[in-house]
Write a protein that binds this ligand. Sequence first.
Ligand code: 2HG
Ligand code: ZN
Length: 460
Amino acid sequence: MTDPRLAELIRLIPALKLSVEAGDLEHHGRDWTRRWTPAPLAVAWPASIDEVQGVVRWASAHGVGIVPSGGRTGLSGGAVAAQGELVLSLDRMNRVLGFDPIDRTLTVEPGIALEAVQNAAREHALLYPVNFAARGSCQIGGNIATNAGGIRVIRYGNTRQWVAGLKVVTGTGELLDLNRGLVKNASGYDLRHLVIGSEGTLGIVVEATLTLTSPPPPSQVMLLAVPAMDALMKVFAEARHRLALEAFEFFTERALHHVLAHGAQRPFAEDHPFYVVTEFDAGDEKAEAEALDFFEFCLGEGWVTDGVIASSEAQAASLWRLREGITESLAPHKPYKNDVSVRISAVPAFMEEMHALLSAEYPAFDVVWFGHIGDGNLHINVLKPAELDNGVFVEQCEHVTSLLVETLARHGGSISAEHGIGLVKKPWLGSVRSEAEIALMRGIKAVWDPNGIMNPGKLL
Ligand code: 2HG
Ligand code: ZN
């Protein structure tokens, strides 16, 4: 450790695990975005709240930026360290600290994987309902910092809804114990909710108390082939009316093409323009008959042209893989990602307009649409044509984002639905938040983090 600042950090916290090895810097200096070259000062792995506080106080004194680091599965550059920051990895703080059967809460350290939280809840015959494809790698601290959404939001809401208590270390190193697991607490500003979704810019989540719920009744998974864009939301409205929905997701023929090329199993003999994966409660014969009625009704209306209901867990998993495998199947093509939302009612008009704009301006681009259409949340991935220079590609994609921003503005939508702003969407924050709002956000940040060390350059 030749850097005198790091030498002092070791002197202050002798037990702190710290590395400046090239491999660690490279690995921990970025998330799933690949646009920035990692260049952190060092990586630290504190093992306790005390150590986190010590690192933050040291960073604050030296003006060293801190990038809090969880599973780094984010897609907006929120966990990139490319400016000599210290990466503060929560990997070693990954324990379940307690379960309370009366409160039905699980208290965990931030570095625990989402899937481990889900499993811990299941051990008590309960459910932690937030769920998405990165569950095995992402960490709960990152889920909270980004208010992660995913595939069950339609029934259970975002991460925010499941956080009953938070311990947070602010940019000055102070430890806050927010809401303490209370169900009701009408004592002024709910600072817990300010931290949730703040992308590590206010403080570091060092402990979370999560609310659990009863597991749902047995469910069924159905895959539908949909012939046209305007039929998608008709199918959704009908499904929501007739079924107890747990998930309603869509993807296009282009998305299917990529997951099939990546090893998934072809669901239908023919290709179709759109697909819907939906999951709903189906605990008894009556519910199953209703599901069949729903399918036949949609078929009769011409809104769907084919369908399959999973008859085993393995088949349900393979239908879900068609949707959940999309991100991974696109990764080798260096996609430029957009994660947008509009009100559910505005989805059809927004999709039509955006599709028309993209086909007119960039007919050669492979544009892959998929996502949580039942929440009004669409993922639009633009893939780099092999022959196109990367710099030119990014420029053109930023123009695509500008087109998106204009279209979203007409519909009152958001440039980030669930992936956050990070570095990737920062230039467009002003398109979805007013000047007055951004000024308030800056003011809040200045109070929590007066030296500007918490995830500098992200979001604001
Ligand atoms: C999903 O819904 C994730 O699968 C990733 O939010 C979306 O890769 C994407 O664009
Ligand atoms: Zn998503």
